[in-house]
Design a protein around this ligand. Sequence first.
Ligand code: M6R
Length: 598
Amino acid sequence: MCGIIGYIGEREIVPVLIGGLKRLEYRGYDSAGICVINNGLNVVKKKGKIFELENQPELKEIKGKIGIAHTRWATHGEPNKTNAHPHLDCNKEIAIVHNGIVENYHSLKKLLENEGHKIISNTDSEIIAHLIEKFYSKDLEEAVIKTLKLIKGTFGLAIIHKNENKIIVAKRGSPLIIGIGEGEMFVASDVSAILDYTKKVIYLRDNEIAEITKDNYSIKNLEREKVDGKIHEIQWTINQIEKGNFEHFMLKEIFEQPEAIENILRGRLKKGKIKLSLNLDVGQINKIIIVACGTSWHSGLIGKYLIEEITQIPVEVDYASEFRYRNPIVNENDLVIAISQSGETADTLAALKEAKSKNAKTIGIVNVVGSTITQDVDCGIYLHAGPEIGVASTKAFTSQVMTLLLFALYIKQEKGFEIEKKMLEELENLPGKIREILEKSEEIKKIAENFKESSNFLYLGRGLNFPVALEGALKLKEISYIHAEGYPAAEMKHGPIALIDKNMPVVFLATKNNYSNKILSNMQEVKARGGRIVAVVNEKTSEIDKLADYVIEVPETLNYLSPIINVIALQLIAYYIANFKEIDVDKPRNLAKSVTVE
Ligand code: M6R
């Protein structure tokens, strides 16, 4: 949600900042701006996507060695040029870019206005520039610390002053990294912004502030005491953050799923044993609670089925946004698992905080290395799925499900039970089976074309495939703007059946499992009411042929692994429908990749 890049060094600065913003555009894309120090502060801002900012003629004139830039996803104040970052103080000496939310901005704004500050935007962020101005007397770091002590809420911040050869950055609840170069330094909200230049980064921790010059950095806490910053070597490559020959990141990421699954298994499945570096006494776990949002919540629901069946440990799954406020019953014998692709989702972070305050043991299942959740948990499992840039999560979902299955098998193994040979074999076979379904993408595209005019969709599944139905519906609504709902198939007759007519497509997850026959009865009920059926099956039978208008055959696998195969068919349906509707699939309206605000 919003992206920050800053640079200090000898390169031509505008291409570095604009290039960084383009890499960050998936985090927010309603307005953008840059500010470079050169005889004062040179600011260019524009409503709209980064290419619109890039086309501003004033940009060509801008030269300098120190600058900051921002791409916005609006929270306070509509997307327009005034509300775009960077924001300046009254004297136009200080510029800030901010990710996060200043919760007490109304009272701070009042205070500043009473002191004569003119606040021109409707954002919460602008007051940060004015507060720094209020406290500034030739020591930018000191003024920023005084400001941060007043602010309630979250921030990833980069700040410059027209007379100081440095960038100040600070973090609380919103990511901020320092990229270390040779005679140059970068700051960013996300490694993808600076991967073209350096792979050495430091992840700031909450309530840390850093002063960055072209050759040096110094990290402190808000008491101005020095703290160490561990340098990490980024494993992601430039190819991973580029679309390559794919039309969209989402499609690329759908096609990366075989490798993503291989990456999870690599090093974790050896000679029939699951190896996870978890500092965990599995015998002590009384109950598991999974907290997550959106797609990650759906993988959590699948995790519940898997963990309960495989380990017999009871599992609850909570929306992180609900868990954080409902005073949940959690204690030191419980294990709370936070699932998050980004590792930055505000609600999930808050849920984790709630769990820790009740002394629960915590685990993170996260994709982004070094993200805030990974800093906050007792231990964790990385997905290692590579960067996910498409706003609609795809490979992170299947990687999360795979990780949850490994986790369940690990508990079983640690309790002294063998993992069945059939399961071990099928884990090895899974990437190949995913490739088989991907080979059907043209077939699925043809099916999708029939639904580009639809305005509603129903997705039905049972057991492990009920959350897959939810995920299929979420994928479709996010990127095609078609209203879609997922239901347990048996629930249809308790209400949604009233919606069925010739205009209602119904996607059935009807692969082989204990419920297959029951799903066939549900299909008959839809057929009898004139609904249009898309069936995801393992095998075309004459019965399916009679009932379904469109059939997608996917490879058969173990029931535990079927969500991973089946969801890929649904990801492709959603992608192609949205593409037929000519929607920018990677940047669907109103959404941003990582939701770092409440
Ligand atoms: O980064 P997280 O996994 O914590 O994000 C959670 C949700 O915001 C995310 O899954 C969202 O629902 C995606 N847009 C789904 O495609």
